[in-house]
Design a protein around this ligand. Structure first.
Ligand code: OGA
Ligand code: NI
Length: 375
């Protein structure tokens, strides 16, 4: 039987248009979602429309009060290198084992560095289209690239978001590769993140009951990407998404968000806001840490709502060696396994994991399922 009836698929998504052609036209414009907004569109183009079954799956407009009273924990790192760490370790453990998200304050990165990073990210995305277009590419190995929707041709609908993607480490990035408008700020932020990343992995190692340098010894701190996201104001935010629900393809993410809001995390089947806290950074467990911790730590789904207000700027740092060529394979940490806690995942190289994640695109399903051992 033909499932297409009067231009609707069985799920009701309009199919009577040449989607590929429209995706390609958007891609070839090299001007991202910002380009559409600058051109004065008043409706969300159909390549961005959330399918009806997706719309039915939860509130879609930022600012609606969350249904639950649950709050993302805030952890104070002021005693990180001197005082008693036990409270911090306990807080990190509780968050990592449950909601997978926490915010950190007194993390050591000066507010000025954060503010300058956000302004520089905004500055890049607000450059003239022809200047940004020079950085626009889908080349896999390119270290500095601007684009919109890494999974444009795979996802069910495009997201209302543009991104500048920069591979900072472990091979030092030549600063000249970065756009001049955000060069110094990105280099400085990256330097500061390296230090904070090490502190966080020490706390996480201790929270797993391991030596403080265990995760660093597994190269979890070896390498990071900086993704500067730009979410333009959207004329019909309820019809699309800033970022589709997903979990992150790294060990740990450190996220800097501006004051607009819209980030939500899935907590006991409810979408809970991760409210902007001035000066704070959002930290979340990534898929690879869930894998090596044998599911003790949770890589939890999150999403970003589109918004009438904007632009919203966020700068995500993915701590992972990413595509850096290494022969290391990652599986559940042996010290954590026992007869009662057998391995849940098989071992994988990072290259295989990333290839699987990127090829799948953001589809609301966890890439980790593919690496599960049959029980
Ligand atoms: C991400 C992400 C959230 C945000 O980059 O993976 O979830 O607020 N970003 O931009
Ligand atoms: Ni994410």
């Amino acid at each position: 039987m033909d499932v297409v009836d009067a231009g609707k698929s069985i799920t009701g998504t309009p199919t009577n248009y040449d989607r590929f052609k429209e995706l390609k036209a958007f891609d070839e414009s090299k001007s991202g979602v910002k380009g559409l907004v600058d051109a004065g569109i008043t409706h969300v183009p159909r390549i961005f429309l959330r399918p009806p079954e997706d719309l039915a799956a939860g509130n879609s407009v930022s600012g609606e009060p969350a249904q639950t009273q649950f709050k993302i924990p805030v952890i104070d790192l002021k005693d990180i290198s001197s005082g008693d760490r036990s409270e911090m370790v306990a807080g990190v453990r509780r968050a990592a084992e449950t909601v997978g998200f926490f915010q950190v304050v007194n993390h050591g990165i000066p507010t000025k560095v954060l503010e300058e990073m956000v302004s520089a990210a905004r500055g890049f995305h607000e450059l003239p289209q022809e200047v940004k277009a020079e950085y626009y590419t889908r080349e896999r190995m390119k270290k500095v690239k601007y684009g919109s929707n890494f999974d444009l041709y795979k996802s069910r609908y495009a997201n209302w978001r543009d991104t500048l993607f920069c591979v900072m480490d472990p091979e030092p990035l030549d600063p000249q590769e970065l756009p001049p408008i955000c060069r110094n700020e990105t280099m400085e932020y990256s330097r500061q993140l390296r230090v904070l990343g090490k502190h966080l992995f020490q706390l996480l190692s201790e929270a797993l009951g391991l030596n403080h340098d265990h995760l660093e010894g597994m190269d979890c701190t070896k390498g990071h990407l900086i993704l500067s996201h730009y979410y333009p104001a959207c004329p019909e935010p309820e019809l699309t998404m800033g970022t589709t629900r997903h979990s992150d393809p790294d060990f740990l993410t450190i996220l800097l968000q501006d004051h607009i809001g819209g980030l939500q995390v899935l907590c006991q089947d409810e979408w809970v806001d991760v409210p902007p806290v001035p000066g704070a950074l959002v930290v979340n467990i990534g898929d690879l840490l869930q894998l090596i911790s044998n599911e003790k730590f949770k890589s939890v789904e999150h999403r970003v709502l589109a918004n009438h207000r904007g632009p919203r700027i966020s700068v995500a740092c993915f701590l992972t060696p990413h595509l850096y060529p290494t022969t290391r394979v990652y599986g559940p940490i042996k010290e954590l396994l026992s007869q009662n806690n057998p391995p849940v995942y098989r071992e994988t190289s990072l290259q295989d994991f990333i290839a699987y994640y990127d090829n799948k695109g953001l589809d609301g399903k966890s890439a980790l399922d593919h690496f599960k051992l049959l029980q």
